[in-house]
Design a protein around this ligand. Structure first.
Ligand code: ACO
Length: 324
């Protein structure tokens, strides 16, 4: 009996129209374009409009992914949406996306793993396709992350932006998939480190939404180590050499983390897709946004082998390997 493999059929992304530059942030908190660029590589970020919901961003990205896959919304039977900034406490933002897309069957739910959310959602959807539970999945990372920022905290508010990215995956037999497919994931969490990066509010604790709190330099140290370990595991599990990777599509937290991981893992820096300068850190949206950016500009081609990695609140971290 042939095995089932998930194949990525299309990508999409959406960024809100409004751009906030570092110079504009310098009018809100004591910082400078030079400091932000030197420490993070970020030049600007996009900010969702008043009334624009996470599900609105997600739907725009989803429509792009469906169009590029040539798949209609009513063919979907699964939506897994990674977000830390849901429309409402419940129901899941994925169900709002389901309704807005006019998809009435199947199942839709959210995954919460902060900046690693897209990789956790990808692993979840991939596992469900492989077991035959569903056939056609939309995997989304979408955030209105700027809504949980403390705009008086210069250590965090300069880092984040809003946006969404999406992919469409179908379950295929090994024979039909050829050399394409999602090959491996390594996802991990460590709840003992949650105080280093968290939101100081919540439904059952304070009854408020809360704001992002982060000890950035400590998170930074853990990020490079955890990401590098996850990459090693995925490469070993799949018997893949670093030189075989066509593109690295990392979570976009900080250019120094991207460069640090690339150096540690001996990755060719020219193969690292970096969008952090223009998008900032869009949390769960950053990987599919970066993936779509490099697919759209022609760098990533069908058949390319892609390694993705992330680290975020929880701590949560992971890596995935797939061929488009
Ligand atoms: N402008 C000017 N000065 C600033 C700013 C700012 N925006 N922010 C902090 N500073 C100051 C600090 O107050 C400190 O001043 P002091 O020395 O007088 O006390 C100094 O700069 C150095 O602060 P550090 O925090 O040590 O700066 P660092 O070089 O570590 O850069 C940063 C901070 C950019 C946050 C970095 O640590 C980082 O990127 N960390 C990782 C973030 C990350 O990856 N998060 C995970 C994903 S996010 C998620 O999951 C939600």
């Amino acid at each position: 009996m042939s095995r089932i493999r998930s194949v990525i059929r299309g990508t999409g992304a959406y960024l809100p129209e409004r751009i906030m530059t570092n110079d504009e942030i310098s009018t809100i908190v004591e910082t400078s374009d030079q400091w932000i660029q030197e420490r993070t590589g970020i030049k600007q970020r996009h900010i969702a409009a008043d009334g624009q919901l996470t599900s609105d961003l997600a739907v725009a990205a989803a429509k792009g992914a469906l169009a590029s896959a040539g798949i209609a919304a009513d063919q979907l039977d699964l939506i897994v949406l990674a977000t830390t900034t849901p429309d409402k406490t419940f129901p899941a933002t994925a169900t709002a996306v389901q309704a807005k897309l006019g998809m009435t069957g199947g199942a839709a739910f959210d995954v919460q793993a902060v900046c690693s959310g897209f990789l956790f959602a990808l692993a979840t959807a991939d596992s469900m396709l492989k077991t035959g539970l569903f056939k056609t999945a939309l995997v989304i990372g979408a955030e209105t992350f700027t809504r949980i920022l403390d705009w008086s905290d210069r250590g965090t508010c300069v880092l984040f932006g809003d946006g969404a990215g999406a992919i469409v995956m179908t379950a295929e037999t090994d024979a039909d998939a050829g050399d394409r497919g999602v090959f491996a994931h390594h996802i991990r969490t460590d709840g003992t480190k949650s105080d280093l990066l968290h939101v100081d509010g919540g439904v059952s604790s304070t009854g408020t939404i809360g704001h992002v709190r982060m000890l950035g330099n400590q998170v930074f140290r853990h990020a490079v180590t955890n990401i590098s370990n996850a990459i090693k595991v995925v490469l070993e599990d799949t018997n893949t050499r670093v030189e075989e990777i066509d593109w690295f599509v990392p979570h976009q937290a900080n250019q120094r983390i991207l460069t640090g991981v690339a150096k540690k893992m001996k990755l060719d820096e020219d193969k690292v897709v970096s969008t952090v300068a223009l998008h900032g850190n869009t949390s769960a949206a950053s990987i599919p946004l970066a993936l779509h950016t490099a697919v759209s500009d022609g760098r990533i081609q069908p058949g390319h082998l892609i390694l993705s990695e992330a680290m975020g609140g929880g701590f949560s971290w992971g890596a995935s390997l797939f061929r488009l």
